[in-house]
Design a protein around this ligand. Structure first.
Ligand SMILES: Cc1cc2nc3c(=O)[nH]c(=O)nc-3n(C[C@H](O)[C@H](O)[C@H](O)COP(=O)(O)OP(=O)(O)OC[C@H]3O[C@@H](n4cnc5c(N)ncnc54)[C@H](O)[C@@H]3O)c2cc1C
Length: 410
């Protein structure tokens, strides 16, 4: 099937401002535009964190892999990420159980938890220097879960063996200095510099034979039983046994957008202030809507973000940067009064939301041999790690026990 010579994916202005990870300028990963036709086992469209983890997994399984990106390596949404690595899905387990049923909700949480471990393992295997730190994560009460409900959430997680427990006001104060009646504490989370992570993944993949072609835009997809042919804006063709669309919030048009929507989000980073930080340096987020999330960097900066709004208009998003950063600062001041909350970096970005908080990963219905990764939800990077495993197995013809949870809607 062919989708005609229209654009193959949506086109968006993915981010504005300077994310803290780009403070020293651009990303150093070599690439060049595709200048001839090409034949490979797998073609991956998108050179962000999803594409990088999927390409790594396929190369590891012996496939020849080419990557195409209309911008360049790590030039899409990934540099805007605040890169808290968590297993908590946007929907608390007690809510997700109501939506999906107990068994599916629990599997989604377990799978997210193992994905963070998988990512940590891969960073170690490849010796990536990407400021990865294992962290605990504190979930504060808010208008989504009050203290009583957080206790229920803690019990629901404990019952299925997840690494979470309720902590009282004293323990919360000792970990964070925050005055609240209690919180949910989880182990097994982490933080990373997303640009260093993905640049490192690409350099490693390149050293193992993966080629990145950019700027190269895919404008047409022709998927058939024998293989997939992608046509680029320059008129070249890439023929592959399989194609993976890791195009982030620029949804591939073969996928029905129902249940997945692009929204807007804002973030900031302070100057380094290691002496003012909370003792545990754990990740902090609120069970609130709109939410606030906070982390530190190894240099002692504080990164905070949130204030999401359910629209994707870029002009409106960018005009709101000063007001949204002020709102984030005010919340930060109230929560952690000892910090210097003056922002040194501010940015805004396109973000993705799904009805269940779960990503969509897998075969594209109606497009033979084509797969998509829609890591929509607050844990986009954790979901990219799940995608690497699910898509690797699908292409190898092996079963994945959780593939049904993430399957794309028909
Ligand atoms: C402000 C902000 C904070 C976030 N915080 C967190 C967090 O704390 N933790 C977390 O886990 N996640 C977080 N996320 C989400 C996470 O960053 C994203 O899920 C992730 O970066 C998406 O990566 P990706 O590779 O799917 O997309 P991208 O990085 O956008 O890569 C997709 C690529 O596809 C390319 N492309 C699209 N169409 C075409 C085409 N037709 N031809 C060729 N190339 C094409 C684009 O150029 C782009 O480079 C955050 C996101 C934002 C914006």
């Amino acid at each position: 099937m062919s989708n005609g010579h229209a654009m193959a994916t949506l086109q968006r202005d993915l981010r504005t401002g300077t994310p803290v990870w780009l403070r020293r300028g651009g990303v150093r990963v070599a690439s060049m535009p595709l200048a001839a036709n090409l034949k490979v086992d797998v073609v991956v469209v998108g050179a962000g964190v999803s594409g990088a983890l999927v390409a790594d997994a396929l190369r590891r399984a012996g496939k020849s892999v080419a990557v195409l990106d209309r911008r360049g390596p790590v030039m899409g949404s990934t540099p805007a990420s605040t890169a808290l690595l968590q297993f908590d899905i946007d929907q608390p387990l007690i809510h997700l159980k109501r939506k999906l049923g107990r068994e599916r909700a629990v599997r989604a949480y377990w799978r997210s938890a193992t994905a963070v471990d998988f990512l940590r393992g891969r960073i170690a295997d490849l010796g990536l220097r990407c400021a990865f730190r294992e962290r605990q994560s504190v979930y504060l009460p808010g208008n989504v879960l009050n203290v009583k409900e957080l206790k229920r959430e803690a019990a629901a997680r404990k019952e299925v063996g997840l690494r979470s427990r309720f902590i009282d006001a004293g323990e919360l104060r000792a970990l964070t200095g925050i005055e609240r009646p209690g919180a949910l504490l989880s182990s097994g989370a982490g933080e990373v510099d997303p640009v260093a992570l993905v640049a490192g993944l690409w350099r490693s993949a390149q050293s193992r034979g993966v080629r990145i072609y950019a700027p190269t835009e895919v404008v047409d997809i022709d998927a058939g039983r024998a293989g997939v042919t992608l046509t680029t804006a320059d008129g070249h063709e890439v023929r592959a046994r399989h194609a993976v669309f890791a195009t982030g919030y620029e949804l591939v048009k073969l996928v029905k957008p129902r249940r997945y929507k692009a929204i807007s989000t804002w973030a900031m980073a302070t100057a380094p202030q290691p002496e003012r930080l909370w003792p545990s340096r754990c990740l902090i987020w609120e069970a609130a809507d709109p939410y606030l999330y906070i982390r530190t960097t190894p240099a002692g900066r504080v990164i905070a973000g949130g204030e999401d709004e359910a629209f994707s208009d870029e002009a409106r998003r960018d005009a709101l940067i000063p007001a949204k950063i002020n709102a984030i600062r005010r919340k930060l001041d109230r929560l952690l009064p000892g910090l210097d909350t003056r922002p040194e970096f501010t940015w805004a970005g396109c973000f993705g939301d799904s009805a269940t908080g779960l990503p969509a990963i897998g075969a594209i219905p109606g497009a033979t041999r084509c797969f998509a990764v829609l890591g929509y939800g607050g844990n986009g990077i954790t979901f990219s790690a799940i995608a690497a495993q699910v898509i690797q197995r699908a292409i190898l013809g092996l079963p994945d026990p959780d593939a049904d949870l993430f399957a794309l809607p028909a």
